[in-house]
Write a protein that binds this ligand. Structure first.
Ligand code: PEP
Length: 260
């Protein structure tokens, strides 16, 4: 983590886990576990859509932000099963994940959709967490950087400087998500630095140094200190380990040895 103006941001992606009752309970435990840490680190939890309202109620009065896991780019209409940015906003969301690898690979979402979603979120005052990352085959064939470059440029097309400063990028190598295989800090840093260089080319140095880039992929409390010691890693997007308040709290309080 660099000593620039970038405040670390750690997100919990609950994916399709937790009923409303379970989500309320996890939110309450998470809120209690993080009572002292939220000032120095930004924390976001992204429950499934059905639990957003309940979790939002629990988080009221805390500094933990609420996020969606996906959205549609239209405000309303005949899009069965979808949720729009203004609806997420109305539920109290400040952030929304877009382009998660599970959306890209299991639901066939192309960069163009991710980009439309990012624009819709900005239009309605939410900040997108834009996920990118290569598959194992892409890494093994040596195309990681081409893939990452294509995803960044395609997913962030026409995003203004002002919008970019609110956007969070999550580098999540697909081979590390939910597999227990974390990228080594060096592997992650190499790609994060590459991403920052693309941002420098597009937005200039001053802006690029202010954009936060999270790492995601089997993050555990034990891997956080070394990951966060890297100059271009500004936080984490956490799946499995965010489903237990105690492990998520340890991840968030990585800089105090797990004490919040
Ligand atoms: C994720 O869902 O974004 C993720 C990184 O999951 P996990 O931490 O379980 O690998």
């Amino acid at each position: 983590m660099s000593d620039t103006v970038r405040k670390p941001i750690i997100g919990g992606n609950w994916k399709m886990h937790k009923t409303v009752t379970e989500a309320r309970s996890l939110a309450l435990q998470t809120k209690h576990a993080l009572v002292n840490v939220a000032d120095r680190i930004e924390v976001v939890v992204c429950p499934p859509f059905g639990a957003l309202g309940a979790v939002g109620e629990v988080l009221k009065g805390s500094k933990i932000f609420l996020g969606g896991q996906n959205c549609h780019w239209e405000e309303k209409g005949a899009f069965t099963g979808e949720i729009s940015a203004p609806m997420l906003r109305d539920l109290g969301c400040r952030y929304c994940i877009v382009g998660h690898s599970e959306r890209r690979h299991k639901f066939g979402e192309p960069d163009e959709w991710v980009c439309r979603k990012a624009h819709a979120l900005h239009l309605h005052g939410l900040a997108p967490i834009v996920c990118i990352g290569e598959t194992l085959e892409e890494r093994e064939s040596g195309t990681t950087k081409d893939v990452v470059r294509g995803q960044i440029l395609g997913s962030l097309k026409d995003v203004s400087t002002e919008q970019m400063l609110k956007t969070v990028i999550a580098y999540e190598p697909v081979w590390a998500i939910g597999t227990g295989k974390t990228a080594t800090p060096d592997e992650a840093q190499e790609v994060h630095a590459f991403i920052r260089n693309i941002l420098i080319d597009v937005y200039g140095l001053e802006v690029a140094l202010r954009i936060r880039i999270q790492y995601g992929g089997s993050v555990k409390p034990e891997s956080m200190v070394e990951l966060m010691a890297q100059p271009d890693i500004d936080g984490a997007l956490v799946g499995g380990a965010s489903l237990e308040a105690s492990s998520f709290a340890k991840i968030v309080s990585f800089d105090t040895g797990g004490e919040s």
